[in-house]
Design a protein around this ligand. Sequence first.
Ligand code: COA
Length: 321
Amino acid sequence: MIYRSQLVGFGGYLPKRILTNDDLTLMVDTSDEWIRERTGICERHIVSEGETCVSMAVEAARQAIDYAGMSAQDIDAIVVATCTPDKIFPSTAVEIQKALGIKKAFGFDVSSACAGFVFGLSVADNFIRCGQAKNVLLIGSEVYSRILDWKDRRTCVLFGDGAGAVVLSAVNTETERGILGCYLHTDGQYADLLYVEGTPAKFQDQCFLRMKGQEVFRHAITKLSEVIEEALNDHNLIYRDIDWLVPHQANLRIISRMGAKIKLPPERVIVTVDRHANTSAASIPLALNEAVRDNRMKKGDLIVIEAIGGGLSWGSALVRL
Ligand code: COA
């Protein structure tokens, strides 16, 4: 039997504490107007005491398992996309396994920065396609507030904390629904455009994110356009076939350009960057969770997912909900 994976559960968690653009003006030389105009961001959530990569992931995972109508014991693989884990090891995945009392699963983390969810989706999808897992819990959980230089206005205004989760389940390939394909790329020659300084030994004090924003912006526009085309061409689909774009939420200008490229009206492009900022690997599952739970997305809708991040790493996925 050949399987395909279907998205059957969705969940999300955002820290209680909200940091507005006006709050940031008290920390660095910036303004609400600059941040809104250049990025579309109005506010972001930041962890408080007791909120961690694991605790946010556990809450998002619980919701996703519940939505799927499953119990923890139905899960047989856990994949966590994060580059801001609480510990070097054990993996975030096994901490989540312990917290949720998942017995039979194996789990591990995937590190592909802001493209982490798409890379994790491909990993989870392949476990299902080859028959090694039936129900996979995939979580993106990030605490970027830990790796931001709060004195650097070029980066600290762009990111937020949060977690999103999905459950993928094996279905027969004869069904029309499910993940149709994932398309992944990396190019290490651009590694110096977006990175976190130092090694985990320096994690606590001076391990800061650095970015050449304009260059990343330029690559985002071309590479995301190409990888969307790649996905559509692989399935002989045209722009009109797409119902929704669920982009990585880094910058509203990039998101709008991608929506315009595939000729989708703005209301068919899921946007959370205004309220969440860039939550890296968590941004796409958080956006999916929102759009499924408020009934915008319906069963059978065709969704294009895309993301780019440090590496550079980028990818897309085509999903029939
Ligand atoms: N507040 C006020 N001014 C700021 C600022 C801030 N938070 N950050 C930078 N500036 C200033 C710069 O210092 C510069 O001033 P100067 O002209 O006097 O030197 C000016 O604003 C323009 O900076 P620039 O970097 O050219 O702005 P931009 O229009 O390229 O926007 C980004 C900057 C970061 C918003 C934009 O490049 C971007 O979104 N890039 C992609 C980032 C991304 O998506 N990263 C994640 C990928 S996962």
